[in-house]
Design a protein around this ligand. Structure first.
Ligand SMILES: NC(=O)c1ccc[n+]([C@@H]2O[C@H](COP(=O)([O-])OP(=O)(O)OC[C@H]3O[C@@H](n4cnc5c(N)ncnc54)[C@H](OP(=O)(O)O)[C@@H]3O)[C@@H](O)[C@H]2O)c1
Length: 262
């Protein structure tokens, strides 16, 4: 859908859109679900913990948001296939928005990372992102407004941070996947973008295995002097999915309080 010629209300709305957001029970994914649903989208989300997911679903229902849920471990291929089959049924074969958000961090010296560590982080963060995009492609093609894919990477995909080598590799690859898919799918009317947050107040940033010295150093070189709230990332994701962003594709946008320019 091209923004030009449309009313302000149409350009800045997601009314009637359908969306899949992975990892919506907590943190950034939770805020993205609420932001997209708040702008009028019907959203499906997933996580591994069924009880937490169901508690979220009930709260969203009370708020009048249209959100459905299903359990899925995005690191498992068959779970991803089941998830997309559920999404296909839920939204009658059409998907307007895919947000690949679910991810895990690993704070560990590169020399100490095991083969299992490597395989687990790669499968959760990167393979899931590629495979879910592949699985969503026919559903996005069926979108009447043009599909939009948003990956959630990290500033760790741009800069070198100690004890984050494997995690950062997945995020750097997601940034490149964004450009590659955007070039390949532009002719299909599908836009592909990426949001790269800096530190965000979630369970990941509260991880007790993070070296407090690294946190202190990071805060000292952060121009805005504070980490982000999840809603500050979610608003950028919503923008990228709207008709207002109809000429945006292949971009990796840092939402990082200025960390990557300091
Ligand atoms: N927080 C930050 O500072 C920060 C900075 C840059 C980038 N990011 C990125 O932002 C994304 C979200 O991070 P967050 O901080 O919001 O994390 P979070 O608070 O830990 O939430 C992660 C969400 O993803 C789900 N999840 C995790 N592993 C999953 C799996 N294998 N399958 C399905 N769902 C899974 C979790 O639910 P279950 O545990 O129940 O599965 C939860 O809903 C990640 O990709 C992360 O790398 C975060």
């Amino acid at each position: 859908m091209v923004a030009a010629g449309r009313s302000m209300a149409e350009r800045w709305s997601l009314a009637g859109a359908t969306a899949l957001v992975t990892g919506g029970s907590k943190g950034i994914g939770h805020a993205i679900v609420e932001e997209l649903a708040g702008f009028g989208a019907r959203v499906h989300t997933c996580a591994r913990n069924a009880a937490e997911l169901e508690a979220c679903r009930r709260r969203w229902e009370e708020k009048g948001l249209q959100v459905t849920v299903s359990v899925c471990d995005v690191s498992v291929r068959s779970d991803r296939e089941d998830l997309m089959a559920t999404v296909k049924d839920t939204f009658d074969g059409k998907l307007d928005i895919l947000v690949n958000n679910a991810g895990q961090s690993l704070f560990k010296a590169a020399a100490d990372c095991t083969g299992e560590d490597y395989a687990s982080i790669m499968a959760t963060n990167l393979e899931s992102c590629f495979h879910l995009s592949q699985l969503a492609h026919p559903l996005l093609l069926a979108s009447s407004t043009g599909g939009s894919v948003v990956h959630i990477s990290s500033v760790a995909g741009f800069i070198g941070l100690p004890a984050l080598a494997v995690y950062s590799m997945t995020k750097g690859a997601m940034n490149q996947l964004t450009r590659s898919l955007a070039a390949e799918w532009a002719h299909d009317g599908i836009r592909v973008n990426c949001v790269a947050p800096g530190g965000v107040r979630t369970d990941i940033s509260n991880d007790r295995t993070i070296d407090p010295e690294l946190v202190k150093k990071e805060m000292a070189r952060l121009p805005m002097g504070r980490i982000a709230e999840p809603e500050e990332v979610a608003s950028m994701v919503a923008f990228l999915c709207m008709p207002a962003a109809s000429y945006m594709t292949g971009q990796v946008i840092c939402v990082d309080g200025g960390r990557t320019i300091a």
